[in-house]
Each structure stands twice: as structure tokens, then as C-alpha cells.
Design a protein around this ligand. Structure first.
Ligand SMILES: Cc1ncc(COP(=O)(O)O)c(C=O)c1O
Length: 408
């Protein structure tokens, strides 16, 4: 490889070892990745450059809602890329309009803004809340968020995020985020002041270990927001579009937000996110919000195709059914003391393992051809594509049990 020209280097067939060597040399280090290079995917399976297959219960980190390389997404990308890839954010395009129509229709919200990542969708939500504060609440700008919550990795979203490990990272933090314990209504009430413009939370804390919010607490938050005229923001980047067994997690509670953010599954693997608002929060003036890739036709066509397919195939219902089945396979493992506290909603499931076991378990499962996710040290999270069927869950449970028994 060393003696090849640049042109030859980037097109030559490489061994996995060569690819790994080039990865270590040229990629900025951000994570400990296993010595595997993924090369293609189909449905519930992903394959590496050595031809090994993995049953995917990480699902691109709760992204590949329709599985790997679904034909709906492939066809939409092929058709739209032949037609128009990017029209500049200065102009409307038809997929953008149709996608906004579809998302507002199914969510009961009124307006949509599009971006590429969950963090950007949340940034937009925060801007709207602060705009509301500036216009209607005497300059209120503080946003109450939850300890252990997660909202993304831009500087502002790292400040909004309640991860204890991030507390002293990249100081100084963006000002104006107050963290309260999820579930403690008194603490939230005490944190509200004339500086507060919004409360923002996930309905199931995903990165925080799959902990669902309690119904009476959420009802209390809605009441507080209504009393003080502040915005209630639901970050459904992870829980949205069928993941929890309903199209939107807020349907489990029957409580609607003022601003709703979506990401991950909305593009089925194409980088896409949305901020949806009710009429009252349609507050931006020209120049307040934008971005080169907002509402670009290729992404909009991808999102349209993915969400239509998700609806046509009733994949939220499948997530609900299969999620219960996953839990039924995990209960006996808990009964035998191999795992603790299996929990979840739909196909967003987690369980805890003994200290020091989670990373070993994920590595052993990888060896055995199963992808699972470690979150928060001792928690394993399962978030497979929403197309998962019983046979995949049986396969996952068999591999998981074997790995757990080996490690125990
Ligand atoms: C609830 C939640 N919000 C926001 C994000 C950030 O999304 P992205 O990584 O696309 O910026 C994530 C990502 O895991 C998430 O789970």
C-alpha cells in the first residue's frame, strides 16, 4: 500500500489489516472501536470485510428503522438523485413540502424545520424557546433539562445534556441550562423562575439507560408549562417514529409537547432530523435559523420514503409486539441472576449486568456474530431495526445467553 499513488491507494482492494492500519493512521481518534470493518448490510444483518455476518441489535444506534439497505430508501435515493440533489435552502422543493406535510399530519404538530442530525434539531428547539422567551417572557432564556438526559454533542447540546461525565468537559458550558432529577416534580417546580422559557426532556432516556418518564410527572410538567406560558419540548430523536411501539412516545402518555424533535429513524440511515412545533412557536424571522443542507431534496425524498414505508408496514405495531417478546426472552436470564432489571418500551430495551461485565459481553457477542450496545458502564441496550421478527429475537437471545454463561 505504501508505494501506491494516491489514486491507486483510494481505489485499490485492501485487506482488512491494511484498512485498520489506515484507519489508525488517518482517522481522528474518538472511540475504541473493535478490529472490524463493516462493508455491507441487508435487513437485520450487517457484514464485515472478512465476510462475517452480525445480527444487528444496535441498528445503527436506533437509526436503521427499516433494516439495512431497504429497497424503499435505495429507490428513493436513486430516483431523487437523478432528478435533483440540492436546490439551495433559499428555494422550496417538492419533497421538502411533502415531507413537512406528512410529518405534521402524523404528529398533530403544525410546522416543520429540517436538519441533518438530532443535535441540530434540538438546537433549533432551543432557539425557538429562547425566541419565545425574548418575545413573550421578558427575555427569559433558561431551559430546564433532566439529569442523565442526552440531547447531542454540539456545545449547546452538551450543556443541555445531563451526563455527569460531561460536567467539566469543554468548559465553559453554554449558559442557561438547569438540570433537575427526572421524576421529581418539586425539584422542577423549584427550578422554574422568571428566567425559564422551556422544559426539555426525553420521554425515555435512551443513552441514560432506557428509563421511561412517569405519567403523572409528565402531566405535572405540562401543567407547569401551561401555568407559566413556557414551552414543553420533547426530544424524540431516539424514541420517535415507532421505536417505542407507538409512532411517537408521547402517545403512550397522551400529553403533547409544544416542540418535538425527531432524528435517527426518520431517515432510516440517511442523516436527517426535524423540529416540529405547534402554531404558537412558529416564531422565526428571516436570518434566525437556516443551514446549507436544510430541507435538501435528496434527504427529504429519503425521509418521505422511509416514513411512508414505516406507516404502510405498521412497524410501530411490530415494535410493540417484538419488544414484548424481547422482554419475555430476557426475564428468564434475570431469573437466573445473569442480568438485572430488563426494561424498555417497544424495541428500545435495556438491562444491567454486573460491574465490569458489559464491555466484555459486547465483545464476546461481536465474536459470536451479534451486535449489542453498552451504555453508561453496566447497561446493555438493544435497539434493533423495527423490522425485527421473532426468529431474530430467538437468535439474539441464544447468542446472548451463551455469551453471558461463558462470562459468568
Ligand atoms: C435523545 C437524543 N437526542 C439527541 C441525540 C443526538 O442525535 P445526533 O447524534 O443525530 O446529533 C441523540 C443521539 O443519540 C439522542 O438519543
Amino acid at each position: 500500500m505504501e508505494n501506491l499513488s494516491l489514486q491507486e491507494k483510494t481505489t485499490a482492494a485492501s485487506t482488512t489489516a491494511e484498512l485498520l492500519q489506515a484507519a489508525r493512521k488517518h482517522l481522528l481518534f474518538t472511540a475504541n472501536r473493535p478490529d472490524v470493518v463493516m462493508s455491507r448490510g441487508q435487513g437485520m444483518y450487517i457484514y464485515d470485510t472478512e465476510g462475517r455476518s452480525y445480527l444487528d441489535f444496535v441498528g445503527g444506534w436506533a437509526v436503521n428503522a427499516l433494516g439495512h439497505s431497504p429497497s424503499a430508501l435505495r429507490n428513493a435515493l436513486a430516483e431523487q438523485s437523478a432528478q435533483l440533489v440540492l436546490a439551495s435552502p433559499a428555494y422550496y422543493n417538492e419533497p421538502m413540502i411533502r415531507f413537512a406535510e406528512l410529518l405534521t399530519d402524523i404528529s398533530g404538530m403544525d410546522k416543520a424545520f429540517f436538519a441533518s442530525s438530532g443535535a441540530e434539531a434540538n438546537e433549533c428547539a432551543v432557539k425557538l424557546a429562547r425566541k419565545h422567551g425574548a418575545m413573550n417572557l421578558d427575555g427569559a432564556y433558561e431551559i430546564i433539562t433532566m439529569k442523565n438526559g442526552f440531547h447531542g454533542r454540539t456545545l449547546a447540546m452538551m450543556s443541555a445534556t445531563g451526563k455527569p461525565q460531561w460536567k467539566s468537559l469543554f468548559e465553559p458550558k453554554v449558559d442557561g441550562f438547569i438540570h433537575v432529577p427526572m421524576g421529581d416534580l418539586d425539584a422542577c417546580f423549584a427550578a422554574v423562575s422568571n428566567r425559564t422559557c422551556a422544559i426539555m426532556l426525553e420521554l425515555v432516556q435512551g443513552e441514560g439507560g432506557v428509563h421511561a418518564v412517569n405519567e403523572s410527572y409528565l402531566y405535572g410538567l405540562r401543567k407547569i408549562c401551561d401555568m407559566y406560558g413556557i414551552a414543553l419540548i420533547f426530544d424524540e430523536v431516539q424514541t420517535g417514529l415507532g421505536r417505542t411501539g407507538k409512532l411517537f412516545a408521547y402517545e403512550h402518555y397522551g400529553i403533547k409537547p409544544d416542540i418535538l424533535t425527531l432524528g435517527k429513524g426518520i431517515g432510516g440511515g440517511y442523516p436527517l432530523s426535524a423540529t416540529l412545533t405547534n402554531e404558537k412557536f412558529d416564531l422565526f424571522q428571516p436570518g434566525d435559523q437556516g443551514g446549507t443542507y436544510i430541507g435538501q431534496p435528496l434527504g427529504m425524498a429519503a425521509g418521505l420514503a422511509v416514513v411512508r414505508e414505516l406507516l404502510d408496514r405498521r412497524l410501530a405495531d411490530n415494535a410493540e409486539r417484538q419488544g414484548k417478546y424481547v422482554l419475555s426472552k430476557l426475564q428468564p436470564l434475570a431469573g437466573h441472576g445473569l442480568i438485572r432489571d430488563p426494561r424498555g418500551l417497544g424495541l428500545l430495551v435495556a438491562f444491567d449486568v454486573a460491574e465490569g461485565v458489559a464491555a466484555k459481553l459486547a465483545a464476546r457477542c461481536l465474536d459470536l456474530g451479534l451486535l449489542i450496545n453498552v451504555t453508561g458502564g453496566s447497561t446493555i441496550r438493544l435497539m434493533p431495526p423495527l423490522i425485527a421478527e421473532k426468529e431474530h429475537i430467538d437468535e439474539m437471545a441464544a447468542v446472548l445467553t451463551a455469551a453471558l454463561l461463558e462470562i459468568a
